[in-house]
Design a protein around this ligand. Sequence first.
Ligand code: ADP
Length: 149
Amino acid sequence: EDEVHIIGSVLDLRDKPVSKVMTPIQDVFTLTMDDILDKETVDKILFHGYSRIPICAPEDQSNFFGMLLVKQLITYDVEDALPVRCFNLGILPETSPDTSCLDILNFFQEGKSHLALLSSNPGGVGGALGVITLEDVIEELIGEEIIDE
Ligand code: ADP
């Protein structure tokens, strides 16, 4: 029965827009370029548990510049209290919410990023609507939630 469901989901991927499976922007844990990575902020990052954090402008929280890869913090000393802007941010690819799940899967397969920002104004300023990751697409394929370890 699982196999039948998965085969059906594969066929649906082409017609399903990423907006149907994204995490809406109001639920996304983000930081701004000016946030200071002191103990309090790093504790907050660990509490949320995400491996990638989209970084926005302090004055415009719908304008994103890149992502902070949390694994970079393994060697970071919180006593340094550096602002986010001092870190090498990962590229945060942007696409329209109408992009199909099949197209985003192909994009993720290329390996540049496994998280994309969905925006009403991709490549421009503002308009952030949500994020999508490889996990969201896989969940859609298998029809079940993947529980994090
Ligand atoms: P992680 O590796 O951080 O656990 P996954 O790629 O496994 O992230 O995605 C798990 C779920 O969390 C997905 O639904 C994805 O949309 C969502 N997600 C990923 N990063 C964030 C974030 N910074 N804030 C909120 N949700 C996120």
